[in-house]
Design a protein around this ligand. Sequence first.
Ligand code: HEC
Length: 113
Amino acid sequence: MIRQTIAIAGSAVLFAVLGVGVAMGHRAQKGDAAKGKEVFEQCQVCHNTDTDEKKMGPSLKGLFKRKTLQNGKPVNDENVLAQINNGGNGMPAYGDMLSADDKANVLAYLHTL
Ligand code: HEC
């Protein structure tokens, strides 16, 4: 009986751990805007986020409220990520400079602008 109780308690702990793991995995995939803001510090030299004023690159204020990017493609996660990965037209390519997590986080941050 005691063994059974321990087994049940044990599996409850296991499920709790798995649950947290899944929740954290999900969050990493969706990106963490607060962490993304830190990643974005290196982008701020060229991009404003609180005014529409252009620096080296266009302001990213309200980016995801716009219809198209400067390159004419629709604003969505895929195309914004492509811009970050490949750069171009005066923007450095970040494909190898940022981890997948950094990119997911910075994307989440860009959604808040
Ligand atoms: C050296 C300056 C520079 C840095 C640093 C830089 N960018 Fe850019 N970025 C640009 C320029 C210039 C463009 C415009 C490219 C074009 O016209 O196609 C641009 C375009 C963009 C766009 C598309 C905006 C639009 O409206 O089309 C996004 C999104 C973007 N950058 C995000 C970032 C992120 C995120 C970082 C940091 C990881 C970053 N940039 C770092 C110069 C920079």
